[in-house]
Design a protein around this ligand. Structure first.
Ligand code: ARG
Length: 247
């Protein structure tokens, strides 16, 4: 199952739901409309258009993200949806909306003492959109995330590297997730110069592989990183359960 990607997982769910509806109606041929009513106009406009019946365009799917409409798509087969790449490219970035209460901790340099501290310090910071940081920071890759406070003054600093940036999910406030590893910054706590962290979710499979190689595999939580990533097996199971339901 190494060929699975998060995007594929995201795509399959709407197909599953749509197909269960399609199967419960009578059979239809690919590319054929269900309605026999004549078209008002053969020019299908969306700006300046008119309400459409889904039965007239049974190939159409709506792709939802966190319960909201994200993009349109079309059914290629029972397994595949065709859609635009940009619908998914920055999805993980806007994930930041689902996190709250982020903290970074460490024994690094503090502003008051200008030296390392023997007492562990914590500071509450906010995750910042990838795009914003990619404009501000001199180097910013997809394997990085950034966080800070709008007024500055809250940040990790020298000596904090390697330590965790943890947050809670808005939907589940009981669990803490490590989203980042303290990495670098331009100075510390400067206004409009957030701290940069290694994005842990991009390294989950690397962690799996490396720890497995050493014979002591670390098995990460199913929803580590991003909750949208249902396992391919779970999606397959859901697919069959929903298909078999009307029988
Ligand atoms: N590289 C530093 C270290 O070795 C961490 C710097 C973090 N800087 C920041 N502004 N967040 O400890």
């Amino acid at each position: 199952m190494t060929g699975w990607r998060p995007g594929a997982a995201v795509l399959l769910l709407p197909v599953t739901l749509l197909l269960s509806w399609a199967h419960s109606s009578s059979a239809w041929t690919c590319g054929q409309k269900r309605s026999t009513k004549p078209e008002k106009s053969e020019i299908l406009e969306i700006t300046g258009g008119e309400p459409a019946n889904i039965r007239d365009c049974p190939w159409q799917v709506g792709i939802l993200y966190q319960g909201r409409h994200l993009c349109g798509g079309s059914i290629l087969s029972e397994w595949w949806i065709l859609t635009a790449a940009h619908c998914f490219i920055n999805r993980k970035v806007t994930d930041i909306q689902k996190w709250r209460n982020c903290w970074v901790t460490g024994w690094g340099i503090t502003t008051t003492r200008h030296s390392m501290t023997s007492e562990l310090q914590k500071v509450n910071i906010k995750l910042i959109k990838w795009k914003t940081c990619s404009h501000i920071m001199p180097i910013f890759t997809r394997n990085m995330l950034c966080a800070g406070s709008p007024q500055g003054g809250k940040d990790a600093c020298q000596g904090d590297s390697g330590g965790p940036l943890v947050c809670q999910k808005k939907t589940n406030q009981g669990i803490w997730y490590q989203l980042g590893i303290v990495s670098w910054g331009v100075g510390c706590g400067r206004k409009r110069l957030p701290g940069v962290y290694t994005k842990v979710s991009n390294y989950l499979s690397w962690i799996d592989t490396e720890t497995a190689k050493s014979g002591k595999p670390y098995v990460h939580e199913r929803d580590s990183g991003y909750g949208l990533l249902l396992s391919p097996w779970a999606i397959l199971l859901l697919y069959f359960v929903i298909l078999l339901l009307p029988l």
